[in-house]
Every structure is written in structure tokens, then in C-alpha cells.
Design a binder for this molecule. Sequence first.
Ligand code: GUN
Length: 297
Amino acid sequence: MNEIIDGKKFSQTLRTKVKSYVHIIKERYGVTPGLAVILVGEDPASQVYVRNKGKQSLEVGMNSYEYKLDASTSSDVLLSLIEKLNNDVNVHGILCQLPLPDHLNEKAVINSIDPKKDVDGFHISNVGLLNTGQKSMIPCTPLGCLLLLKDRLGDLSGKNAVIVGRSNIVGKPMANLLLQENCTVTIAHSRTENIETICAQADIIVAAVGRPEMIKREWVKPGATVIDVGINRVTKNIDGYEKTTLVGDVCFTDMAGLVAGLTPVPGGVGPMTIACLLANTVTACYRSQDLSDPEFT
Ligand code: GUN
């Protein structure tokens, strides 16, 4: 079987499903899912992300609302915009692009979003709901990883999963999702002792530490499935030239002939994140009309 887990192709299939759910709710209920994205400041990477989110929303037939605010925007102005969007029936999802400028309190801003419209799944209510196995908004990157894993492996029950990285955005929600799938879950991190031995026992590794090519061949059990969330820009000598290139947290070339499945960087988890954002927005829209959740698995 092909080792490569093609996230780009899978995300296209997911977007097609999203598009058909958008079509159904428009036709039957006269409601168009709408995603509002707020960008404060001019961070170049964030500008690219926000542009892609808007473009892909339109491509699946949703409405896209973009709010570009000056880097000096006050907390009051930002919070009143969020309140306005919370009360707008045409807006089903709200995303405030992170990081925010230093003078803004990220936690307060996120927690001011209506949890039902929190398509990032970062609101403390959604974190608590996911943690206790209740219906919530699920953070997009871990959701994307889970969809790829289920597609490749089917039932995950009883698998030994090791997550490398304990961030609120990926590591912790990923652990909760895999627990719900009846995996035995370990979260390893920068202070973990014998991390290599722990990883080498895993049926599933999710690497989300942001350390270029940290996970080497000796860390991985033959036949394991490896999901690489890392996107690291590094300088490499390629054919005698110094070039900047993207690598994951996993040493890709080390995995050849060893793993059952591996996501490449780029083209693995990355494309899944925006597709899951669109999926979450459609889910929020269906819930707003008291309809049952769309199915994306
Ligand atoms: N910045 C980088 N990734 C993300 C994300 O998934 N959501 C938000 N809101 N900001 C981000």
C-alpha cells in the first residue's frame, strides 16, 4: 500500500462534501452558511491564511466576511465587532486570526466569541465540552488529523497513540479526540524522559512540536502510522545550493519502507485545516437551524 497519506487529495474530497451540505441548506432552508474572519495587523503569514480562508469559503458556496483591522485597534473596538458578529444571524462562524498584537488579550478575545460560532474550537466552553466527550466545536487541525487517521486505519479502538507536543491548539485536543476513539493515549513533550522509547511503542504518532525533523527512524515502530503537523522553514544544502524549504517534525526520508502511513509536508495536514474550518462553519450553520450535524467521516 502507498505509505503517503495525501492530505491535499483528501481535503478536496472534504470540500466537495462541504459544498454539497452548503447546497442542501441553501436550497431547503434558504440559509447560506457565513464565515467571518478577523485579522488584526499586517502579519504576512496571517494575511495569506486569511485570504485562503475567504477564497475557499466562496468556492464552496458560503458567504465570507473579512474584517481587516489596524494593528493598533483597541480591545474595546475588537470586542464590539465580535459582539456585533455574535448577534448577526447571517454569520455562523467567527474566527479571529492569531497571533494578536501584544496589547490585546488573546484569551479574553477568544472567550468573547459565541461558543456556537467558535469554529476554531478555542473557546473555553468548547475546550471543556470536548474534554468531557460532549458535542462541541472541534479545533480544525486535530479534526483534520483524526479524519486522515480514520480514513487510513478505520477503527482506532485499542491503538497505542503517542502525541508529541502539548499545545492547546493541537496536542491536548488531539489527545481528547483519540481517547474518544478508544485509543490508549500518551502526550510526550520537551521534558519527557525516554521520549524515543515511548514513541517507538506507538501504533499512531502525531507530531506537533515545531522542531524540524526531530522524529527519526529509530523512534518509529515498523508499521506505525505517522501524522506530521509540523511546518518548519529551514535552510538546506540542495545540489550545492543553500535553499529554504519546508520540513515537518518527522524526518521524512527516514520513514521510507518503515511506516504504514505518513503525511508529507507540505501536502499532508496543512490542507486539511482550512477544509475542516469550512466543515465546522457548515456544522455551526446546521446547528443554528436545529438540524442534525452533517457527516464528514
Ligand atoms: N493562526 C494560526 N493557526 C490558526 C488557527 O487555526 N486559528 C486561528 N484563529 N489563528 C491561527
